[in-house]
Ligand binder design. Structure first.
Ligand SMILES: [Fe+2]
Ligand SMILES: [Fe+2]
Length: 209
């Protein structure tokens, strides 16, 4: 399977301003704790798809490698926490993923298609926001900025993998229609969510700005 493409194009219905990342500067401890949780969830999602796409021998190696890479990200994030004296703890999850999944189709195969698109979208949004954090944090916390820059490069590969898997599940017109539904929903969710120390928090657009 060839994995290529521009990850940002997978969530282009909403563009996060740099101001969102700048506003995260005072909340780095909580943001990093959430990052550890997100990496663990990303590993679990990859393992779930590994089983749900069990008959897709072409995807097994990529999904297994993806799950392992997300666990390595989890361990790396734990090391960043330890180096900064931050104790890993549970956190209330962001409502982002749950609100995104509200539009998932109720029947197969569209359901699986939607869930793959959602994973592509989440990875693409993570890529976009880690890039912004790398920029915004550089003058204040260069080690954390470098950490986000490294993760950002990995997310650039993850989003197209899910998108390419989704593209194989249905005729192209169906795939495109479901992609549009998920992308629009994701933009709507981000516009409605409040700002919070979470990677997928909101930054509501002010009309006329
Ligand atoms: Fe990751
Ligand atoms: Fe990822």
């Amino acid at each position: 399977m060839v994995v290529a493409g521009n990850p940002t194009a997978l969530c282009s219905a909403y563009v996060t301003p740099l101001a969102w990342a700048e506003a995260q500067r005072p909340h780095l401890d909580e943001l990093l704790i959430e990052q550890a949780h997100l990496e663990k969830k990303a590993a679990a999602a990859a393992v779930q798809f590994l089983f749900r796409l069990g008959d897709r021998t072409d995807a097994q190696k990529e999904l297994s490698a993806l799950a392992r890479e997300e666990l390595l990200h989890f361990e790396r994030t734990l090391r960043v926490l330890a180096s900064r004296g931050i104790v890993f703890r549970t956190l209330p999850p962001s409502p982002y993923a749950g609100q995104l999944k509200a539009v998932v189709a109720g029947t197969m195969p569209e359901r699986l298609l939607d869930e793959l698109w959602i994973s592509a979208c989440i990875e693409a949004r993570s890529h976009e926001r880690m890039g912004l954090l790398a920029t915004a944090l550089q003058p204040f916390a260069p080690e954390v900025a470098a950490f986000y820059a490294d993760l950002c490069a990995a997310e650039a590969r993850h989003a197209p993998l899910y998108a390419e898997l989704a593209a194989t599940l249905a005729p192209s017109a169906v795939v495109a229609a479901r992609r549009q539904v998920i992308e629009r929903r994701e933009a709507e969710v981000l516009r409605q969510l409040p700002f919070a120390p979470r990677l997928h928090s909101g930054w509501p657009e002010v009309p006329g700005e």
